[in-house]
Structures are given as structure tokens and as C-alpha cells.
Design a protein around this ligand. Sequence first.
Ligand code: SF4
Length: 245
Amino acid sequence: MPEFPPRPKPPVPVAISACLTGEAVRYDGSDAADALPRRELADVFEYTAVCPEVGIGMGVPRPPIRLVGTASTLRAVGVDDPGLDVTGALAAFGRSQAVRLKDVCGYIFMARSPSCGLASVKVRTEVHGEPHRADGRGVYAASLLKARPSLPAEENERLFDPAVRGAFVNRVLTYAHWRRLEADGLTAERLIEFHSRYKYLLMAHSVRHYREAGRLLSDLRGGVVGTGKRYLTCLMEGLALTRFR
Ligand code: SF4
């Protein structure tokens, strides 16, 4: 029987919004290197930098864009020229990067960006008198995470909080361990052993997800691969919660 794969050691491959690494790719030619707790994350992650707006050919400098519409009609359009609509291009780029970045075990996104923001992007409603929202997700980030729903993701600014940062590093290392397990071959025995190593960590984040994971693994008759997929979703959702539920 093959040995159980060891938990990977840092540095672990993680994708990141390129401006956060010091690349001068923002719309005005600046970078955002100061917006990442760089020292605290040194030696933990090995970065792959991606700028989706440059990736779709907008260049630097470029016209700024913003999000408009509702959840079902969301578009990324030019601030000065609403006729500039890059929604489809950013979404397609997200889908292609989800495939290209298949080896990364996490993603650090730039907060408030209409392309990269995770949960903090201002959305203009276009309805007179209706307040703007500030909880939107960038088009590129939404598309990529739709294709990779279990990938640990976090916004740069939240990583200045030591508790959030520690939880994110744990999620990334756990995900990397899972990927190694999959690569080595998932069996019922290994799935149970994996859970025995992570169940108390999961319980510390979410009792509800801890119970759900136990329920999933109590019946493997549906097949280990399908159950494993559901287990990973449950595990990653639970570990993303930072207090007891
Ligand atoms: S699109 Fe993303 S990576 Fe590029 S400058 Fe904006 S926030 Fe940074």
C-alpha cells in the first residue's frame, strides 16, 4: 500500500493580482506593493502574478473601468466611456486562467478591483435613487472561482489581520495536501485518514461543517471520487469561516 502523502511544506504555489507583487500594471501605471503584508508572507507562498486587464489587452495606462448593474446583469464598463464593455473578455480570461493555473493552491486578489475584487467591489445600480452596493465580486475573480470553487481565495487587505492570514495559510496548505492526495490516488482508506488529520481544525472553524463532513464520510457507497469532491467543498467552505457556527 502506498504511504500517505505528507503535508506539503511552504513555499506553496499561489496566484496573486500582479499589482500586489510590485508590477506597475494598474490603470494609471502604479503598483500596489504596499497593500500586501509582504514580510509576513515571505517564504510561505511562491507567487504566480496575473493582471487580467493587461491579459485581455487593455495595456498600461488604460481607461479605468467599474461595475454596473445587478447580480444578473453585472457588467464591467469604462468609467468615462460606458460603451467600453470588457465583461465578456474578463470572464473568458478567468475561465482560461482557471485551467492555466491548475497547479496553484490559493489566490490572493486585490480588494475593490472591478476585475480582481473578491467581495468588496463597488457596484453602481444604474437605477436613479437606488444606493450603490460595495459587496460586489470582480468579473475575472468570479469567473475563475466559478471554475475552481474550492480554491482558497482571500483579499489582500484582510491578510493584514493575523487571524485571517493564519487561517488562509492553513487553507492553502490543506488544499495543497489534498491535491497531493488526489495525485497519489484517492481511496476510501486515505480519505478517512485525511479527515482524521483535519477534523479538529475543521471543527474549530465550523461545527456545522465538521458534522456534515462526518456525515458524508459515513457512507461511501456513492463512490470515493464523488464523495471526495463533496468532502473537499465542505472542508474548504468550513475552513473559510473564522468563528464557530
Ligand atoms: S486588474 Fe487586478 S492585477 Fe491588474 S491592476 Fe487591477 S487589481 Fe491589479
